[in-house]
Write a protein that binds this ligand. Structure first.
Ligand code: PEP
Ligand code: MG
Length: 318
């Protein structure tokens, strides 16, 4: 089966009954892009730009950022590129972006909040993204959104960046990684083009369990019915957005893939090394089976029960 998965890695991906599922890769830098494409990635569903900002004394300037983003767009060769704006703060502190001491950094000035707090840094990044030239879609994705007001503020800054650089407006989307965003996606939807679930943080915030706490790792499972219900509710509110994706760890979790598709997800952005395997699983699924499985999963008592149920179905498929 692994050989089959590799042989078909470069083909686009549909379920057995013909539903198109885009399988993208999460990237951290330009060096990862070409191997991801060679491994079957149909685009980049999450560029974690913080790697460009970490471990240095000053923020990268606009030209340096453009060079990195352009190199990735070039390697993607017309495939979509979703660039997440700097997700600093919390577990990712930066010397040139000092945050006041916080007792709970995961609940502090992080994600889009830090970008709105330091509009100079966010605007520079948005300008660099606007200057990327690609035959494919280039999109801006905002991390840790918790309210429509944040989207409006970021959109206003993106409008400035577009006007100043004279480029085409990139698509604008948000990560759904706070319960607030999941519960109010119907309010966010008119202001955006797409959503992507950050299941790592969504799980942390839904279960009130620190994702960095090794002692809780075994319980920190995105297949908890509470997380799945948040995803279901959010998809319901999302309407007809261009992409309803997942870029958190669940997208690389073969047991979770059928449930996510059953909940309405149509784009999975996985770790590059998992792209071919995710595609192979998708090709064995039907939408009806995925929907039935998702409905059963939502009604379980806990993540263990969901994992047992979905694991059994996956084993039967493979
Ligand atoms: C997530 O939270 O699921 C996510 C994809 O973002 P990160 O892991 O970078 O916080
Ligand atoms: Mg996150």
């Amino acid at each position: 089966r692994r050989a089959d998965a590799r042989a078909l890695a470069g083909e686009d991906c549909r379920t057995a009954d013909g539903v198109r599922i885009e399988v993208f890769a999460n990237l951290g830098d330009a060096a990862e892009a070409a191997p991801a494409v060679a491994g079957g990635a149909e685009g980049c569903g999450l560029l974690r730009t913080e790697f460009l900002f970490l471990e240095r004394e000053t923020a990268p300037d606009e030209d340096e950022q453009l060079a990195e983003y352009q190199a990735i767009a070039d390697a993607l060769d017309g495939r979509p590129l979703i660039v997440r704006t700097l997700d600093a703060g919390g577990d990712k502190p930066l010397p040139y972006l000092p945050t006041p001491p916080e007792e709970n950094p995961a609940l502090g000035l992080r994600g889009v909040r830090s970008g709105l707090h330091r509009p100079d840094i966010l605007l520079t990044q948005l300008r660099a993204i606007c200057r990327v030239r690609s035959r494919g879609a280039v999109a801006v994705m905002l991390p840790m959104i918790a309210s429509v007001a944040e989207v409006r503020q970021a959109r206003a800054m993106l409008d400035v960046a577009v006007a100043e650089t004279g480029g085409a407006a990139p698509l604008l989307g948000v990560m759904i990684e706070t319960p607030a965003a999941a519960m109010t996606t119907d309010r966010l939807a008119p202001a955006i083009d797409f959503i992507s679930f950050g299941t790592n943080d969504l799980t942390q915030y839904a279960l009130a369990m620190d994702r960095q706490n090794a002692g809780l790792a075994a319980q920190l499972d995105g297949l908890h019915p509470a997380v799945l219900r948040l995803i279901a509710r959010s998809v319901e509110g999302a309407g007809a957005l261009k992409w309803i994706g997942v870029c958190g760890g669940l997208a690389s979790d073969l047991t979770a893939v059928p449930i996510l598709i059953g909940l309405g997800v149509r784009e999975l952005s996985a770790t590059p090394s998992m792209v071919a395997e995710v595609k192979a699983v998708v090709r064995g699924l039907t939408l009806d089976d995925c929907r039935a499985l998702a409905a059963e999963a939502l009604a379980q008592d806990g993540a263990e029960a969901v994992r047992a149920l979905a694991g059994e179905r996956l084993a039967a498929l493979l």
